[in-house]
Design a protein around this ligand. Sequence first.
Ligand SMILES: [Cu+2]
Length: 514
Amino acid sequence: MKDKSINPNLVSAVLIGFTILFLALVPIRIEFGLPSVEAQETPVPTAETVGYGDAVVSDTTVPAIVEYTLRTVIGLTPPMAFQGVGGSIDGQINPLLTANIGDTVRLTVVNGDPVLHTLVITEFNADTGDLLTDEQTVTIEFVVTMPGDFIYFCDVPGHREIGMFGTLRVSGTVEVGDRAELAASQGGEMDNAMPVIAPAAVDAVSIVRNPADVPPPLGDRAPTTLRVDMNTVEVTGVLADGTTFNYFTFDGQVPGPMLRVRQGDTVEFHLYNDPSSLFLHSIDLHSVTGPGGGAVYTQTLPGGETSFTFQALLPGLYVYHCATASIPHHMSSGMYGLVLVEPPGGLPPVDREFYVMQGEIYTEFPFGTAGHQTFSMDHMSHEDADYLVFNGAVGGLTSDEYALRANVGETVRIYFGVGGPNYTSSFHVIGEIFDRVYNQGSITSAPLTDVQTTIVPSGGAAIVEFQVDVPGRYILVDHSLSRLERGLAGYLLVEGEDQPEIFHGEGAADAAGH
Ligand SMILES: [Cu+2]
């Protein structure tokens, strides 16, 4: 059994990476043109060769096999990188690799940690595929047929952005007339092929959190010390009928468990990352006062455990989320939840409490495509969500199992949050008026009264309360209603006697009406 306890240096190093990420959440895009290389006779270069001054003319050099070994490393600077093994690149971080045009590059990549990595050089169709386990090793070979600087990188979302990339420099020249042929040899035809979605995963599970899954009120108690344990799990889940997706979760469901503590409570928080995980995970609770909201202490390797302690200073309804790069990737994949910090004495009692969170999902294929959807970094970077969901999945809260339910005359309270990561919600319940809105999750402010729609920012929350007066089906929506057509709907089903003095009509009611 390998020791998977996390090195404290790793934490600080990973956070340096986060700083970089915060400064440039847009993925690094570097354009490489073909350099004009001055032809000259030189010996076949070794790995020390740098700069175009050492360029070699292709037609006067015998193609060679150039071998390199790279090992993935976490916890240095940058926080995720490739490190050279052997030869002149030994120990170097993201070393410059060199070759001459026409050479065969034989590249061995060793996974130095239990986190998912790859190595890709797009222009040469070079791809190790997934390196899943510690010490897994893959060797790839490809012929470098174009001169220039080419980026080798890990294409796991977020990894290139925090440092897993370097340069392969190919020296030499190519005749102008050969360019078209060259381009064709680099897989131009493949680029035109229509991508095909993989079949839906047969073992996918429901990740939808039951909206009635709300911890009970704390009552009028004094502050105390309590322990919270949470497990991060990567789950193949049902995104919609016939469509599956790789979710990242706290405790296997979306949103993660709702936490309920009292103002002044001291919380000892333990985070475990399931051994089956392919990614690091962590937690940032907005109820925490302290750097990273806890993320500085909870960057957790697969199979690892971290902990920290915080005092809940201020009451309110707060979002928590994973804060491991790429943070929006982890959040959109399901890593968010709510923590309610009750004021002394708690909130006024109500008949029903519910827990609903809104999120966006970014996929390679459009909304409604049957099959196994994979995450799209490109769509996420453009904030162009393919799916929008309450509690993690299309139809999650419109099913018989997980619709919200109440009886005529009861008062309903919804703890509503936006995991996002990007969209602001105009939260509305079709056919109802919020009697009270604890705007922005603030409990110490007087609630707004008699509100139709409330704005809930990404990474924010609100508490809405209303008495249900008339039986029937009410629909939870974001009143940016295009999102309704991409999955964002939930039902509140109210049973009881008709109340014709409040609402009645002629003929049969049409359930489809807004
Ligand atoms: Cu995560």
